[in-house]
Design a protein. Structure first.
Length: 230
């Protein structure tokens, strides 16, 4: 019985670590920037997807905001013109894997393939800066962090995530209010706007920007956010 309890506790502990936004066993993981500067980074996961990427790019351009897009390799390969649009807007690209599969209990070759294929596409699109990685669903344990550490790649998570904190039916106003309330100096804000099921999160983007501007926050890319820490 005691052995079963110990095994259960170990499994539970590893599960909690696998979804932690603040800890991993190997390499560097960043969930926020410097808490002394009044800046935040908007980050958009998944895609690029026709229609949705264009809408959010228009919202950002209208308000002169730079953001970071963690793209999925498969989608990038399907819509390279959207990646070009992201870069033309002065935004940053990050790696969000090739197939967006959970990267737990995967072989080293699978992990390497997911990351390397997407990195190649990002570079082919013309992005020449450091490429950060964000794990699909935020999940990681041993193989993924170890590989990233060997490649000198940094994991970037978040400290504000309305999608996980609020019910699925939350309105755009509720989403915006949550982000505005939770954002701190140096926050990395996670947003999902690339699917019809996330239409309220997309609609919340202008409200989030205006609300944080009223609080005197400046918007930067993840790379700019972390520059002060180097």
């Amino acid at each position: 019985m005691k052995k079963l309890v110990i095994i259960f506790l170990i499994i539970t502990g590893l599960w909690q670590i696998s979804k932690s936004t603040e800890f991993q066993f190997f390499g560097e993981l960043i969930s926020h920037g410097n808490r002394f500067e009044k800046v935040v980074a908007l980050t958009f996961d998944d895609g690029p997807m026709p229609q949705y990427t264009e809408k959010v790019l228009s919202m950002l351009a209208e308000r002169r905001i730079k953001a970071t897009f963690f793209v999925v390799g498969e989608e990038l390969a399907r819509s390279p013109y959207l990646t070009a649009e992201i870069l033309r807007g002065g935004h940053q690209l990050g790696n969000h894997s090739y197939t967006h599969k959970r990267m737990l209990l995967k072989s080293p070759s699978f992990v390497a393939d997911e990351i390397e294929k997407t990195n190649k596409l990002i570079k082919k699109a013309g992005f020449e800066e450091q490429i950060y990685f964000r794990p699909p669903y935020g999940k990681k344990l041993f193989t993924l962090p170890y590989y990233l550490d060997q490649q000198n790649m940094t994991s970037v998570t978040w400290d504000v995530d309305p999608g996980s904190a609020l019910p699925e039916e939350a309105s755009a106003r509720q989403i915006a209010d949550y982000v505005i309330k939770e954002a701190q100096n140096g926050s990395i804000i996670l947003l999902h706007v690339m699917f019809v099921t996330r239409k309220n999160e997309l609609a919340a983007v202008p409200m989030i920007i205006e609300g944080l501007k009223e609080l005197d926050f400046e918007f930067v890319t993840v790379d700019e956010l972390l520059a002060a820490e180097r």
